[in-house]
Design a protein around this ligand. Structure first.
Ligand code: GLY
Length: 415
């Protein structure tokens, strides 16, 4: 049932065998990668100075979990730091792993290990679907690069915890426990991303129960979350007793019937990943249909970095969402390896990465160490508008890793 993946094509295995003398980039890199990695190292150095200061300044009440990872900046430019239970906690550790992967510098591996360890308490937190964001981006990326058995244990425990949120009657994981006054059984398109942790758990353990949950969730979501044009709703609310759809709404989009940009990115990435893990052609077709919606949309700007919602009411005077751009670029690189349209997808991803690297990056040493500017978290809640976000940086670095690997004639790195 489980298909073999390309093993990591780059020579990092040598690094993890203890040959840590390699102090320069461990594989051929083009000018864009080199320049962006240099900036990412400067930014990570800044962040690692800013983060302890910001954490020390915030008082955490006794018994409350510690603050561990950066998430964004306040409108006045202060660092927003979060405890491990926040859905964004795994992105900074993952960013550090990518930085290690791209630079070959052992320093970043040491930092990645430290910040990854902070996320471990989440392995038993069954209160949300966000387990993949938290644990797969940190421990999963770390496991790919180190094959550390302790990381594997954390991934498996996290998958067991996430599985407790699966409801056979609906056929999906339950995304949120909060906002019960609005939704009885909310499933959000973002939830597709957390299936990667379940697929990984089956590969690492041989226990197919995780795989089956992931496939059920992906199939149910494919059936219920999409409009005829293959744009995705954000939140689908189910009747947990019958499994029937109660309503289709939004939380972070401009309107229930709009196409929230990051949601389209989660859908594209999610079904591309599901195809990688299952080779089910229906997932590939779904990913290609979503890609077509995004890439042919008349409101997609010329630089290919989306506005925060494809149907935002004030276009073109609306903020962009660089996190959606980075996420879509990363997904398109992987999709390009599966499809006869691969050349087009790769060219579009290249354009997005070039746009981000040219016009969306922070000044060296600025923005408290974030790499990308101009993301939007939740415009309808007036929250995190036109700011750096840790997940924009994470998916941008992942896109860089994938782009460079393809340039070197290798596949997409995976478990
Ligand atoms: N998963 C939450 C978001 O995309 O903002």
């Amino acid at each position: 049932m489980i298909l073999p993946r390309n093993s990591h094509p780059m020579p990092f295995r040598f690094l993890t065998l203890g040959l840590t003398f390699l102090s320069t980039a461990a594989f051929a890199q083009d000018a864009l990668t080199k320049k962006t990695v240099r900036l990412a190292e400067t930014q990570a150095t800044t962040m690692l100075q800013e983060l302890p200061k910001a954490i020390a300044q915030k008082s955490v009440a006794a018994g409350k979990p510690p603050l561990v990872s950066p998430r964004s900046l306040t409108p006045t430019g202060e660092l927003i730091v979060v405890p491990s239970r926040d859905w964004t906690s795994g992105f900074f550790p993952g960013y550090l792993w990518f930085l290690y992967e791209l630079s070959g510098q052992p320093r970043w591996m040491a930092e990645a290990k430290t910040y990854t360890a902070n996320i471990e308490p989440e392995k038993t937190n069954g209160g949300t679907h966000d387990m993949g964001f938290k644990v797969y981006c940190s421990f999963g990326t770390g496991y790919r690069l180190t094959k550390d058995a302790a990381y594997k244990d954390v991934i498996l425990q996290s998958a067991r915890t996430l599985s407790t949120r699966f409801y056979p009657k609906v056929g999906t994981l339950l995304s949120w426990d909060h906002s019960r006054e609005k939704w009885a059984f909310p499933v959000i398109i973002d939830n597709m991303m957390n299936l990667e942790l379940l697929f990984a758990a089956t590969k690492l353990s041989g226990d197919s129960s995780f795989y089956k949950i992931a496939v059920s969730h992906a199939n149910t979501t494919m059936h219920n979350h999409f409009r005829p044009d293959y744009s995705s709703y954000h939140v689908v609310d189910y009747d947990s007793a019958t499994g029937k759809v109660v309503k289709r709404t939004t939380h972070q989009g401009a309107a229930n019937e709009s196409a929230w940009a990051r949601g389209q990115g989660w859908a594209l990435y999610g079904y591309t990943m599901c195809y990688r893990e299952t080779r089910n052609k229906a997932y590939l077709a779904q990913a290609e249909n979503v890609a077509r919606f995004i890439l042919n949309h008349p409101n997609l700007p010329k630089d290919l970095i989306p506005y925060w919602d494809f149907n935002a009411p004030g276009l073109p005077n609306e903020p962009r969402d660089a996190s959606a751009g980075a996420l879509i670029a990363s997904a398109l690189y992987e999709l390009s390896t599966f499809s006869p349209n691969g050349k087009l997808y790769r060219a579009k991803a290249d354009k997005m990465v070039k746009s981000l690297a040219k016009s969306y990056v922070a000044q060296p040493g600025g923005s408290r160490g974030f790499l990308l500017l101009h993301s939007t978290g939740a415009k309808p809640s007036n929250s995190e508008i036109d700011v750096p976000l840790s997940y924009a940086d994470y998916y941008f670095m992942e896109a860089l890793v994938r782009r460079q690997s393809l340039l070197n004639g290798k596949g997409i790195p995976g478990l």
